[in-house]
Design a protein around this ligand. Structure first.
Ligand code: K1U
Ligand code: ZN
Length: 170
């Protein structure tokens, strides 16, 4: 297994649109294993392939307390979103140190395949619904800060540039 480098906003590669996975083979299973290891090590509760510079529709999520319930979503699609919305303070491994409120649908229905190429579907609410919507945005090239005001976005870019300059000095 390997830890994969995570792209940081505002890297333009975060805005690429991911393509559907054509064949769920050993290459994809190895990507899933490496993404899961990278997410657990970060630590985070989700990771989209886009964030590790792979532009295919693959997501891993684990919102369990003991980090022992890995959810693998290959070619995921949200097939229904509630009109009712919830506001959640989101974070992102590609935007380190930044947390802000985003409004999204409270409940969703999701269809996907797992790493064994089995189709499955589920309803999600609460943090799982937030996380799935956040990760599927990554696959469309959208980062959560794009829901914030232009002023907040430019402050975030400046803060990240500063953090990265400081990290280079060490
Ligand atoms: O996509 C990502 O960068 C992962 C992101 C998922 C997410 C979290 C919260 C709201 C929306 C989307 C994260 O995992 S950020 C880190 C985080 O939330 C966390 C870190 C350690 C323990 C628990 C949570
Ligand atoms: Zn993210």
């Amino acid at each position: 297994m390997a830890l994969l480098p995570i792209l940081h906003y505002p890297d333009p590669r975060l805005h690429k649109v991911a393509k559907p996975v054509e064949v769920i083979d050993d290459r994809i299973r190895e990507l899933v294993r490496n993404m899961a290891e990278t997410m657990y090590e970060a630590p985070g509760v989700g990771l989209a392939a886009t964030q590790v510079d792979v532009h295919e529709r693959v997501v891993v999520i684990d919102i369990s307390e003991d980090s022992d319930q890995l959810l693998v979503l290959i070619n995921p699609e949200i097939t229904w979103k509630s009109e009712e919305q919830q506001v959640y303070e989101e974070g992102c491994l590609s935007v380190p140190g930044i947390y802000d409120e985003v409004r999204r649908s409270s409940r969703i229905h999701v269809k996907a395949h797992n790493e064994k190429d089995e189709a499955f579907e589920f309803d999600a609410e609460g943090l799982l619904a937030v996380c799935v919507q956040h990760e599927l945005d990554h696959l469309l090239g959208k980062v959560f800060v794009e829901y914030l005001s232009p002023l907040k976005q430019s402050r975030i870019r400046a803060k990240i540039r500063k953090q990265e300059r400081e990290a280079e000095r060490v």
